[in-house]
Design a protein. Structure first.
Length: 662
């Protein structure tokens, strides 16, 4: 190394020495960066504290150790949640001499009984951070535990233990845990729990597990016409009861909703969980969806949603074939789901979520388990009453016909623009003919090598290919002149044909789906992020109307003998090795990029609509949520690098493993 590198370096290191390195201990990281653990410090985050504690009690109920939970909102913004479960252990923890297990759980991150699966087969808490985070962000927390006919208590403030665990006295007729806490005003300001929101939360949890009774108590000064001082929730019908209340007196396509529950098949004598569903198709309705995993809401859906969509779609296609409706083969999942009231709850072992706030389920096995469980029941639902089945099929096919009609109109516009007006298209675009039953798709592919494989793998009638050169311009940090001068962006806008910014008109979009298809690695994710940023800023209406998708190419190919399977990521690879290839010698190949896959592999795994899986990118309809998305995009992709630096510092703890080992 050349010495002149250091010639102009400052002579002193200033005040940067060992004393500058700060080590945060205990729960101090939570108080410094609450957004890492609960998503922020707004109303949603405040109520997330209540959900974390309530989820622990629900886990006790689902595990069969509790049948009653009480949620009590008191004056002074204090919330207490009790259950009659086993009670948190209070004996000395073997790894922390002098500390009770209760104290360890309340004051140590990543501690709890849900890691090994011995205490809970299925649970909503996975990382051991829930109740400790609540403790860290509360000005005062008191935990009472009734075990072995004795009552114990311990108190905390801002994550710090106020004293050792106390034996309060005999409790011969009591068992379980009570957590009482007051959110810290230093963190949440003057925000207070909203009784109506907590009331709805408690009620919804009771629907999710038919064996539990939830009692609501509210201070008289906080009650209202909509929120009583006392109420008891117990719903033996589970989601079916919830759906009946949701639908009310609205007329539905079928007089009987499609409801049921099914245990998943056991593996090596171990239960893999179960699924419960309740679905109705009201007439003249926009519908709504509610997705849950282990009683935790997953508003962004995920793999369990994919499973039920596949089961309903394939079931209706098969029923159409049974009754001679040949056009039923064109039914799509959106045709089935549009306007439906859908509630789905799964209980699975070791679920994987997209983040600590658990907004989206990503467990690969959930899609298969749910599809197999729901499909058989749906086939019976349709065939047991042929008139009911035909009524639903007819309603769905009307939506299908309307969708295909709109598609045909767009195709006419597309061909007219191309032929009559001699529309100029990018030279590297390999267009589709637009003929056939399938909807047209544009694959935006990273690099000429991958583009070559994609061209050979595509369906020429419905799939177009547009290769792009590496990482496109980050439009969030570029000037308008620089965006206009960029050839990659100009080619993309020409290929799509719908205009940008205020001139963007999704009705003139030349394709039904726009699919971002990049390598399944970090660079590919970066390119996909840049492309999503482009669509968010330049063609937001295209995103809002659901035309934008992410392809899901595999990262690995696993082979044992003559059998081969593909894995999307490390978690999926591990699942296949432990199930499909258990006990076999597996040869693992890692794809460095899409260009390494031969056309047959690319078609089978990523491009064939019958075998692939896609992620639809959408925008929330509410203005406030759209503003939050824009703020996040500006923060991560905008011109100020300090915002990105602060975000990385705040969220570094979200990484599950050491990058050196990855």
């Amino acid at each position: 190394m050349s010495d002149d590198l250091f010639e102009n370096a400052p002579a002193s290191s200033g005040d940067y020495d060992s004393s500058s390195i700060e080590v945060l201990e205990g729960l101090e990281p939570v108080r410094r960066r609450p957004g890492m653990y609960i998503g922020g410090t707004d109303d949603r985050a405040l109520h997330h504290l209540a959900a974390e504690v309530l989820d622990n009690s629900m886990d006790e109920a689902v595990a069969g150790h509790a049948n009653r939970i009480e949620v009590r909102l008191e004056e002074g913004n204090r919330l207490s949640i009790s259950d009659n479960g086993r009670g948190i252990p209070v004996d000395e923890h073997p790894k922390f001499p002098g500390k009770s297990t209760l104290e360890v759980i309340l004051s140590t991150l990543h501690s709890g009984g849900k890691f090994s699966g011995k205490a809970y087969a299925t649970s909503g808490g996975l990382h051991g951070v829930g109740v400790s985070v609540v403790n860290a962000l509360s000005s005062h927390t008191r935990v009472e535990v009734a075990r072995d006919k004795q009552l114990y208590a311990q108190e905390f403030s801002k994550g710090q233990t106020l004293g050792p665990i106390e034996t309060v006295g005999a409790a011969p007729n009591r068992r379980g845990t009570t957590v009482s806490f007051t959110p810290d005003e230093e963190i949440f300001g003057d925000r207070a729990f909203k009784p109506a929101r907590l009331f709805k939360l408690a009620r919804s949890k009771a629907y999710l597990f038919a064996g539990v009774e939830i009692r609501w108590r509210c201070a008289a000064s906080l009650s209202s016409e909509d929120v009583p001082e006392e109420a008891t929730f117990r719903f033996p019908g589970g989601l079916a009861d919830h759906l009946a209340e949701q639908v009310g007196t609205r007329e539905c396509v079928t007089s009987q909703p499609f409801t049921g529950r099914q245990d998943f098949p056991e593996v090596d004598g171990t239960s893999q969980g179960r699924v419960e569903w309740a679905i109705a198709w009201p007439l003249y309705s926009d519908g709504s969806t509610s997705w849950y995993c282990n009683t935790v809401p997953t508003p962004d859906g995920g793999t369990h949603e994919q499973g039920v969509r596949a089961a309903l779609t394939k079931g209706l296609r098969a029923f159409g074939d049974l009754v001679g409706a040949k056009k039923a083969k064109d039914i799509s999942a959106d045709d089935v789901m549009t306007g439906a009231e859908v509630m789905l709850s799964v209980f699975i072992r070791d679920p994987q979520f997209q983040s600590q706030t658990k907004d989206r389920l990503t467990s690969p096995e959930a899609a298969r388990l749910v599809e197999n469980a729901v499909r058989d029941h749906f086939d019976h639902f349709l065939a047991d009453n042929m008139e009911r089945g035909k009524a639903l099929l007819g309603e769905v096919m009307e939506r299908m016909d309307e969708r295909l009609r709109r598609k045909a109109e767009r195709e006419i516009k597309r061909k007219t623009a191309t032929n009559a007006k001699k529309l100029r298209l990018p030279g590297k675009l390999t267009d589709c003919s637009g003929e056939g039953d399938r909807e047209t798709e544009l694959f935006i592919v990273e690099g000429d090598s991958a583009g070559g494989s994609a061209k050979q793998a595509r369906d020429r009638k419905s799939q177009a290919i547009l290769p792009i050169r590496g990482k496109i311009l980050n439009v969030a940090s570029a000037t308008a002149d620089k965006i206009r001068a960029n050839s990659e962006i100009a080619d993309l806008a020409l290929a799509l044909g719908c205009g940008t910014r205020k001139d963007c008109d999704p009705e003139t979009l030349r394709y039904d789906r726009v699919i971002i298809m990049t390598d399944a690695d970090v660079d590919g994710a970066h390119i996909a992020t840049l492309l999503m940023t482009f669509f968010f800023q330049e063609m937001s209406e295209v995103v809002r109307q659901g035309h934008l998708y992410l392809a899901q190419p595999p990262l690995y190919r696993l082979t044992a003998g003559k059998e081969s399977r593909y894995a999307r990521d490390d978690a999926h690879r591990k699942e296949l090795e432990e199930t499909v290839f258990k006990g076999k010698k597996v040869e693992v190949g890692r794809f460095k990029g899409l260009g390494e896959m031969n056309p047959q592999q690319l078609r089978e795994t990523t491009m064939n609509p019958d075998t692939r899986s896609l992620i639809r990118i959408t925008l929330p309809p509410e203005f406030e949520q759209r503003a939050a998305v824009k703020e996040l995009v500006d923060q991560l992709m905008g011109r100020n690098p300090e915002h990105r630096f602060n975000f990385i510092q705040s969220h570094a703890g979200d990484i599950d493993r050491d990058l050196i080992d990855a």
